[in-house]
Design a protein. Structure first.
Length: 430
């Protein structure tokens, strides 16, 4: 049974705090194991990657077969049913169109003193994208990582995807082909992250690694950060639905189930102003779960991590939403725009009864790589800016340098950095 809370109850604050603090990931410490894998890949390169891949994935790879050939990619893409390929193309086109609007513009100006200031944006040279390929196989993740990188202007995209028992969902390779990714390696786990970060004889190093993965992948990304950039550390997926009496309980229940079926600690929470809706949704979730072909995973997630919270007002619901800072927030109310300004902390917000979170997973156009585990308080979802960096520009004329010299030299003196001051004042000598 899901947790039931009422904000009017005297023990609500304690129980809500317990909900926020509940651990939804395995507590198994993998740091030492991952550190050893990374060290091995750095030391032995391809040999370590091949050995570890065959050990963990039983993939039967050799150094010569680490990379998918162009012929293998093309054959897999052709094998995908036409309606699936058409759906992937639709998703690609919408993701691309939306992310093109995120591309920043250079900004250069001259101030009143004659100083030139500005910012210039340039793309990262090489990016590695990690795509799950085990229990979770998501061609949509290929598009969500590769498309914004392409829009940003990244020249080289290297994709890694595990192939347990030598098998891969051909839709993964079809999505890569649609997104223009041609460098694809049949490797996963911490060894794949290490190969991308440090390079091997066959795999050139990259500058940034993005994409979700299991605990070993997440830990590897933590450990290589600094050597390369990373997007974020992805935790269990989560959805928060804010609903009032206008919501359809069957629709809300379906959205809660859709998140719970991710498993691995995924969490679904309903916050509602309507007690009758709360009861109806709980009953509807139970009914719909019984109809789900693979119900065990979703039912376990709902029973263990699900929650239904009743509140007195939508304003209170927004307050709790900001404390939860969920990856996904649905506003299942008639006028979502009225509540939107109150939601400050969310990875993505879905507006109104006809915007299920799942549409954002695939074809809405927005990115589904989003901050989890309350990190939406300070982090954003994946976008074009994650594949670009800003360079500051500054230029002084003789007169503008003279105007700024005195305060600059003064600050250098306060910091006891006389060399700094001299590098300024020396230019003023006649």
């Amino acid at each position: 049974m899901p947790l039931r809370l009422d904000s009017a109850q005297s023990d609500f604050e304690q129980r809500f705090s317990d909900l926020l603090g509940a651990k939804r990931e395995s507590s198994k410490d993998v740091n030492d194991t991952v550190a050893a894998i990374i060290a091995d890949v750095r030391d032995r390169g391809d040999a370590a990657v091949v050995e570890l891949t065959n050990k963990f994935d039983r993939a039967g790879v050799t150094r010569d077969s680490l990379a998918f050939t162009a012929e293998e990619i093309a054959a897999a893409a052709v094998s995908v049913p036409e309606h699936v390929r058409a759906a992937l193309q639709t998703a690609h086109d919408r993701i691309k169109a939306h992310h093109e609007k995120q591309k920043p513009q250079d900004h250069i100006y001259t101030d009143a003193l004659g100083v030139t200031l500005g910012s210039r944006w340039t793309a990262v040279d090489a990016v590695g994208i990690y795509v799950p390929g085990g229990l979770a196989s998501y061609p949509s993740s290929v598009l969500m990582n590769a498309v914004p990188a392409r829009v940003a202007g990244v020249n080289r995209i290297a994709m890694v995807v595990p192939t347990p028992n030598g098998e891969i969902n051909p839709a993964i390779l079809a999505a890569a082909q649609i997104a223009g990714v041609t460098e694809i390696y049949r490797i996963g786990g911490a060894q794949a992250v290490a190969a991308l970060a440090y390079g091997t004889q066959s795999i050139a190093r990259v500058d940034k690694v993005t994409g979700p993965g299991n605990a070993f992948v997440a830990t590897a990304k933590r450990q290589v950060f600094g050597q390369v950039g990373i997007d974020m550390i992805a935790g269990p997926s989560e959805v928060l639905v804010i609903a009032d009496g206008s919501a359809n309980p069957a629709w809300v229940a379906a959205d809660l189930i859709a998140q719970a079926e991710h498993g691995a600690g995924a969490q679904s929470i309903l916050v509602t102003t309507d007690e009758k809706l709360a009861d109806a949704v709980e009953a509807e979730v139970d009914r719909q779960l019984s109809l789900l072909p693979k119900q065990a995973l979703a039912r376990e997630g709902w029973d263990e991590f699900g929650a239904i919270i009743t509140v007195a007002s939508l304003e209170k619901a927004a307050e709790l939403a900001n404390r939860i800072a969920s990856e996904h927030v649905e506003l299942a109310i008639d006028d979502p725009q009225s509540l939107l300004p109150a939601i400050r902390h969310a990875g993505a917000i879905f507006l109104g009864h006809h915007t299920p979170e799942a549409i954002g997973d695939y074809v809405g156009g927005s990115n589904h790589v989003l901050p989890t585990a309350r990190s939406a308080r300070f982090a954003s979802g994946l976008g074009v800016l994650d594949f670009m960096k800003r360079t500051s520009l500054l230029g002084c004329t003789p007169s503008s340098l003279a105007a700024l010299a005195e305060p600059a030299v003064t600050i250098a003196g306060v910091e006891d950095l006389d060399g700094h001051g001299r590098s300024i004042s020396i230019r003023l000598n006649r």
